[in-house]
Design a protein around this ligand. Structure first.
Ligand SMILES: [Zn+2]
Length: 148
């Protein structure tokens, strides 16, 4: 923001000078009637918040983890028992994962990724913009109903 009168970059005051609205620095604002200050901070803060939103990444275990684990075990030619030993888990756990009745928590999924050279975790970027878009399913009609 630059002062409309002297061109200096300073704290800017929205000022009425002879019925014209100007953005002036503190010194020049003395010549008119100050109606408000312009805060550049607010805009900067807005940008920072947007960046934070973009960083929000959600990690989830892939939906087809059961199939991936089973396929990998079969590729390795291992029984569920031997496979369980390899990943240092119980045989019953391997069975449950392969049937999809047990979803491995992220830390286990990460370990399996490393041990088996598998891709089990999917990253989803969550932004507030996307959240807003999901509200797009509301039609104008819905909105009118709510207002009533
Ligand atoms: Zn000035």
């Amino acid at each position: 923001m630059i002062c409309d009168m002297c061109g200096r970059e300073n704290g800017i005051y929205r000022t009425i000078v002879e019925s014209a609205q100007l953005n002036l620095c503190k010194d020049c604002s003395r010549f008119g009637r100050v109606t408000g200050t312009i805060r550049q901070q607010a805009a900067e803060k807005g940008i920072r918040q947007e960046e934070e939103q973009k960083k929000e990444v959600l990690e989830i275990v892939a939906e087809d983890f059961a199939e991936k684990i089973k396929r990998k075990r079969e590729q390795l030619g291992l029984t569920q028992k031997d496979f369980a030993k390899k990943i240092n888990e119980k045989e019953s756990m391997v069975h449950k994962m392969e049937t999809g009745s047990f979803t491995p928590p992220l830390n286990l999924a990460r370990r399996l990724e490393k041990l088996l050279n598998l891709k089990l975790i999917e990253s989803h970027e969550e932004t507030h913009q996307k959240a807003k878009a999901s509200l797009g399913s509301f039609t104008i009609g819905d909105f009118i109903k709510i207002k009533k």
